[in-house]
Design a protein around this ligand. Structure first.
Ligand SMILES: Cc1cc2nc3c(=O)[nH]c(=O)nc-3n(C[C@H](O)[C@H](O)[C@H](O)COP(=O)(O)OP(=O)(O)OC[C@H]3O[C@@H](n4cnc5c(N)ncnc54)[C@H](O)[C@@H]3O)c2cc1C
Length: 326
């Protein structure tokens, strides 16, 4: 449904915008870069930008032509079945989805409370349906539905080899604007100059924030991708299974309930692929929903236990009431 392409005008860049939670790959566009002299900028998630940096070390043409890399922050990737399963939940059966906007802005809602817009065929009629993500199974990113195993073995939260990194500023002080805000980390002096010029001329609206604010915007991402990667590595090492070398070292030293969260996340990701495949074979979406809802409920319960452990019974009730009020 989506593929990497080359934009040669502002209009083309705008037409290709929006976040796609969908598997893509670079081979077609890299061939164009190799065959067509010019200056290029590539946008990508951390593993893609890192791969490009390594390729540029081997390939002079790539190094010469790719002048800038723009990195997205990426919690994890999704298989194509993620889109398919969302569509099926609104009545568009597998094979009948034509387009998906993964993050349809809901203008009366905070930026992190968005919808999904799905266009496809129902009873031979083309329909477009918008659903708030909260009403769809598989949209809790912590649970990691349809996550490939590789995503659990990267340690790069901030797309550290990119010239500029962009992510979502999902912080209370920024989410109220339903149009959304980005966190931006600039590493390349030429891009830094451009951004400063943009601020000076009023084309860009940016607040200068400290490291702590950027870190806070990705707090749970750091916990999963950095801190608790140690435990996922430990589990692989314990059974002598291959895993990539990472900056994070293998360790079993994380709190008991956090280990349970990690174990359950692995189970949920694995089971989502298996039970979805079975549901398609049976032509029965409820099979997938029933299997996954069992695990999702376990996950929610585990988080309640963690809340009680951290805040005590009284504090937990207070926290839940506060969440309801929000
Ligand atoms: C799989 C995935 C997981 C993410 N996880 C997180 C996260 O945990 N935390 C966080 O803060 N942000 C995350 N992001 C990044 C974030 O969602 C936005 O992409 C980023 O903030 C820019 O959004 P925007 O709406 O401002 O960008 P837009 O103005 O829509 O621009 C986005 C640009 O990225 C390109 N693009 C979109 N999807 C992809 C893709 N899959 N591969 C390559 N290029 C793409 C578009 O073509 C466009 O040029 C994730 C993004 C993806 C794709």
């Amino acid at each position: 449904m989506f593929q990497y392409d080359i934009s040669r005008s502002v209009d083309e860049i705008k037409a290709g915008a929006k976040t796609k939670y969908y598997p893509v790959e670079l081979s077609k566009v890299l061939k164009i870069v190799k065959d067509t002299p010019g200056k290029y900028a590539v946008i990508g998630i951390p593993s893609f930008i890192m791969a490009l940096r390594l390729l540029a070390e081997q390939d002079k043409v790539i190094k010469e032509r790719i002048k800038f890399t723009v990195g997205l922050i990426c919690g994890h990737q999704k298989s194509s079945k993620f889109s398919e399963s969302l569509a099926w939940q609104v009545g568009i059966k597998p094979g009948n989805l034509k387009h998906i906007d993964f993050r349809k802005k809901l203008l009366d809602k905070p930026a992190n409370n968005y919808g999904v817009e799905l266009t496809g065929m129902i009873n031979e009629k083309e329909v477009t349906i918008i659903k708030p993500t909260k009403e769809l199974l598989g949209q809790n990113w912590g649970q990691g539905f349809f996550k490939p195993i590789a995503s659990d073995f990267t340690d790069d939260v901030m797309n550290v080899t990119a010239d500029i990194t962009l992510g979502d500023a999902w912080l209370p002080e920024y989410t109220q604007d339903s149009k959304g805000n980005n966190v931006v980390v600039v590493r390349n002096p030429r891009i830094d100059d451009l951004i400063k010029e943009g601020i000076r001329t009023g084309m860009l609206n940016l607040d200068k924030v400290d490291n702590e604010t950027i870190f806070r915007s990705q707090e749970s991402h750091y916990r999963h991708t950095h801190d608790e990667l140690a435990y996922r590595l430990y589990k692989k090492d314990k059974v002598n299974k291959w895993r990539p070398l990472t900056i994070v070292q293998s360790s079993n030293d994380i709190p008991f309930l956090r280990k349970k969260v990690q174990d359950l996340r692995e189970e949920i990701s694995t089971e989502s692929h298996i039970s979805y495949k079975k549901a398609v074979e049976l032509d029965d979406l409820d099979y997938f929903k029933d299997e996954m809802e069992k695990l999702s409920k376990k996950y929610v319960l585990l988080y309640k236990l963690i809340l009680i452990q951290n805040k005590g019974m009284f504090g937990s009730v207070k926290a839940i009431v506060k969440k309801w009020e929000l």
